[in-house]
Design a binder for this molecule. Structure first.
Ligand code: GLC
Length: 490
């Protein structure tokens, strides 16, 4: 594969998940979109990612074109040399190096339930394979772009690994933090097993309260750190959002910048979405009514004047769905109905199922991954609720806005960066609340309902949501500038 970047910026993204090949969470959407957006700007961006079960088949289904490239990558893990087959393919215009080693990348769920030296090995391998490729491949990127704890070790290796740390020419490193809640904490002994020298054990390295914290190592060792929204980059310097890492983050704060994620505006387009019964766009909104009716039909509901409030997302503590459970009766009294789509935490799934059985006329719960239904919910809803306790960026609120569904969200992280309150600003696009309580959520819904009752004002508010630009181009430009600043190519 030759270099086609006129500006000379070349970057290899290391990631455990990349849509549409593999996907657990929002990280996959980012690594599935950002490299392509960078390439459109002339950056030679490529990706290295594991072929978890099903990934190779998916690549085949997508018609991934084979590319020339190394067929194997071997890394030095302590005394051992461990190898994986490597296959270079082009997916959606982006060169992707697939690590095809079924014994190592055997977990279809990608992330292990319990992290230990054994279950962390695929991620250590992925990190070192990215380094190996960057240092000795035919194509040598100037920047290694890492994502979350799972590839943080690559930055640490370039400093402290017995073999890789000694290289004379090294790529610069960027670490994007998508979520500080996951840090990859392991016994310190893994470092020795994986070939790291004494520097890695230090305060400047991976050591954190007597354990190895891989994300902390990424934060101390990377040349630049990005978070997925400017708001989150400020919040993580405070105790409430830092997950214990505020000291390290403050120490590195001059390296931290916030770059808002974009959205794949082709896949998420109500004018073209094949999952919808009717299409619409700001100048032609009739289709949205048809989608709303179709959503009500699926839920077994008759039409009524109250708003349909929708939530689509993982059912995990972060997303604050406890608040929705706590607000349910009051929302019902206000005449609202709720459609909740999501899977995750068992206990939360069960509570939503039980509430849906108790109040079938008010709550429809879909506890399964159902892309077509999720899309119908985005399109058919009036309001979109996102009461996250914290939200590094968040994708669902952007999708909802693009589908003309007005967000009601907590004023945190990327939510506060992408939504402006319609009662505070004439050009507002939603309703924000501060306190993580059901009462604060209900108050925000009440404010939204006051607007909802005024059809003309509501149509304008919805139109403003739909016209917001969430494309990847601005983020890709910001990352390109960051790469250029690190490689003296600016
Ligand atoms: C994580 C964060 C989410 C963010 C996504 C992509 O899933 O929780 O807020 O949008 O990563 O960066």
């Amino acid at each position: 594969m030759g270099t086609d970047d006129p500006s000379g910026v070349t970057v290899l993204h290391g990631t455990p998940e990349m849509a549409p090949l593999s996907k657990v969470g929002g990280l996959a959407d980012v690594t599935g979109s950002l490299p392509g957006a960078l390439r459109r700007l002339g950056v030679d961006a490529r990706v290295i990612t594991p072929a978890w079960p099903g990934v190779a088949e998916k690549a085949g289904d997508l018609g991934a074109r084979p590319l020339p490239g190394p067929e194997e990558v071997c890394v030095s893990l302590g005394g051992r040399r461990v190898c994986s087959r490597l296959r270079a393919v082009e997916v959606g215009g982006v060169p992707v190096y697939l690590l095809e080693e079924p014994d190592l990348f055997s977990n279809p769920a990608v992330y292990p339930e319990n992290l230990d030296a054994g279950t962390a090995l695929p991620f250590a391998f992925l990190s070192l394979a990215a380094v190996e490729l960057a240092l000795s491949g035919e194509w040598r990127p100037r920047v290694l772009h890492l994502h979350d704890w799972t590839t943080s070790l690559a930055a640490v290796a370039l400093k402290y690994h017995r073999l890789y740390g000694a290289s004379s020419v090294k790529p610069r490193t960027v670490l994007t933090i998508h979520n500080l809640a996951h840090q990859g904490v392991l016994p310190l002994s893994v470092l020795d097993d994986w070939g790291f020298g004494p520097g890695a054990f230090s305060l400047e390295g991976v050591e954190f309260y007597g354990r190895a914290n891989l994300l902390k190592g990424g934060i101390t060792s990377s040349d630049a750190i990005a978070t997925v929204s400017p708001g989150y980059s400020r919040e993580i310097l405070t105790g409430e959002f830092s997950e214990g890492l505020e000291g390290v983050l403050r120490y590195r704060s001059d390296k931290v910048t916030g770059i808002l994620n974009g959205l794949d505006t082709e896949s998420w387009d109500p004018w073209r979405d094949p999952a919808l019964p009717a299409h619409y766009r700001p100048s032609e909104m009739r289709g949205k009514k048809i989608c709303r009716k179709a959503l009500l039909d699926v839920c077994g509901w008759e039409g009524s004047p109250g708003p349909v409030i929708v939530s689509v997302g993982r059912l995990v503590r972060q997303k604050g769905m406890e608040l929705v459970l706590g607000a349910l009766d009051e929302l019902a009294d206000l005449g609202a109905r709720l459609v909740v789509v999501g899977t995750g935490d068992r206990a939360l799934e069960e509570r939503f199922s039980a509430e849906a059985r108790r109040k079938p006329g008010v709550l429809h719960f879909r506890g399964a991954f159902d892309d077509a239904f999720a899309r119908l919910a985005y399109a058919g809803g009036d309001l979109f609720v996102m009461p996250s306790l914290f939200e590094p960026c968040g994708l669902s609120q952007m999708i909802a806005m693009r589908y003309g569904t007005v967000p009601v969200a907590r004023a945190v992280g990327g939510l506060a960066d992408t939504i402006s309150d319609a009662d505070a600003f004439p050009a507002g696009t939603g309703f924000l609340f501060e306190d993580p309580t059901p009462g604060a959520l209900v108050e925000a819904v009440k404010r939204a309902m006051a607007h909802f009752r005024e059809p003309r004002a509501w149509a304008r508010l919805r139109g403003r949501c739909m016209e917001k630009d969430f494309s990847w181009a601005p983020s890709a430009r910001a990352y390109r500038a960051l790469y250029a600043s690190l490689t003296d190519l600016s």
